[in-house]
Structures are given as C-alpha cells and as structure tokens.
Design a protein around this ligand. Structure first.
Ligand SMILES: [Zn+2]
Length: 258
C-alpha cells in the first residue's frame, strides 16, 4: 500500500513537473516570437552600434529564439505535399467587369494577395497565378489546380441592374459545404446577402455554363457585384477583413484534411 501511495505521489509530481515545464517552454516560445518581431524592426544602423562583445550574445539569442519560434509554427500545417491554390480572375490583359475607375481584375488581385498573406502566415503552402500586380490568364491558373488540396479563384459579378447584389461561390457538388462557408465569410464582413443555395451555386445551374476552373476542381468566389455601388464601396473599405475571414475558412478546411 505504502509503495503504491509513494508511486502515485511521485507520478503526480512528475505530471506537475511536465506541466510546468511545457508552460515554461510555451512562454519561452511566445517570448522568442515577440523578441524576433522587435529585433526585425530595429534598423541595421542601430544594430551596428551594439558593442561587439554584446553583439555576440545577441546574435546567439536571435539564433535560439528563431529555433524556438519555429517549434511553435511546426504543429500547424506542414505537410510538404499539401498546398492550396489561390488565384485572381481575368488577367493583366483582360480587366473583367468595370465600374468607373475600378476594374474587376485589379480588385481580385488585391484580394488574392491578402488571402495569400494570411494563409502563408498560418504556415500553409500557397500557389498563386502571380504576385504583386501580376495576374496570369485562366489557362495558367487552371494548371495550378492539379495536386492542390483546394483551389479558389476570386471574381466580382456584374449586371445591367445596379441593384443586383449578393455573394456566391460556384463549385462542384462535392464542395458545397466549403462553397457555402466561403460565401458566408465574405457576406458577413461586407454585410451582403447570400445568393443561390446559401451561397453555393452548382455550376450545372450557373448561367455561365461549365467553367474550366470549376471543372478542374476549383471554386469560384464572386465577391459581390462591382456594378452595385454599395457592394463596390464595401469591398474597397473591408476587403482585408473579408480576405482574413476567407483565409480562416481555408485554414480550417486544411486542418480537417489532416
Ligand atoms: Zn469575373
């Protein structure tokens, strides 16, 4: 009896110790991240002024902090074969729909860049149809789909009626739920309504007919109507928040695949 009690006692002690140890490391990792964030914004001229004997220590500290910061990033999403494809509709040669000085192709490029930013920040591998203002044509975008765990392209709708509004995602029936989640994420931020089946449009029911991007397994998110002034204004003022919400849906989707 005494033996078991002792064993229980020491077992308890061990788990407390392990708990404390992991809490300590977790704090250390968080501290390392903050330290690196600060270190990265210090101008090089200022860093050059640090005395050599101290600089050596700081250099070592930066090294250790980088290793520790990596430890936290690791458990997120790291499968080398897993990547997502994020593309912008139309191209540098084809502006898509236009409202005043705003061109669909430019707006969706900004959106693609913002979503990509948030996905990479979460540790995901992302393939895009260009960086910065570059926007490769559809034929190039479609080629990126193969092998990706999810492919999403952004567009904006346009209609003759200025009143036409709402968010929709065109996708194959297998991606119905993801399509609805993506549309909702955008609609919630822009304060828009959902079109189709709670934001999902089966491409067989789409007025545009079969779309090469969707046929290849991708999803097309229509981020509102560029022809509707209110939706265009909502896009321009809140697209970063909407992009963050879209990225979050994709991150959750990727986590569920693991
Ligand atoms: Zn379009």
């Amino acid at each position: 009896m005494k033996l078991i009690d002792n064993w229980k006692q020491s077992y308890k002690l061990k788990s407390v110790q392990i708990g404390a140890l992991s809490a300590f490391f977790y704090t250390l990792i968080l501290f390392s991240e903050q330290f690196l964030n600060i270190w990265n914004v210090i101008p090089q001229e200022l860093k050059n002024k640090i005395p050599e004997n101290i600089a050596e220590w700081v250099g070592m500290l930066v090294g250790v902090a980088m290793v520790l910061a990596r430890l936290k990033k690791q458990p997120e999403l790291h499968d080398v074969n897993q990547f997502v494809t994020i593309t912008a509709g139309h191209s540098n040669a084809d502006p898509g729909a236009v409202n005043g000085k705003y061109k669909e192709a430019d707006l969706v490029v900004s959106f693609r860049n913002a979503v990509t930013h948030y996905l990479r920040e979460a540790g995901l591998q992302v393939k895009t149809d260009g960086t910065g203002t570059k926007n490769d044509p559809l034929s190039a975008a479609v080629k990126l789909i193969q092998g990706s765990s999810v492919a999403v392209e952004f567009h904006m709708n346009a209609a003759t009626s200025k009143q036409a509004n709402g968010i929709e995602t065109i996708a194959l029936p297998k991606d119905k739920k993801l399509a609805q989640d993506l549309s909702k994420a955008v609609a919630d931020v822009f304060g828009s309504r959902l079109r189709g089946d709670n934001g999902w449009i089966d491409q067989s029911k789409s007025a545009r007919g079969r779309l090469a991007y969707v046929n290849a397994g991708g999803l097309i998110v229509e981020l509102g109507f560029i022809s509707n002034d209110a939706e265009l204004a909502a896009f321009n003022s809140k697209y970063w928040s909407a992009a963050k919400a879209v990225a979050q849906v994709i991150i959750e989707h990727e986590k569920a695949l693991k």
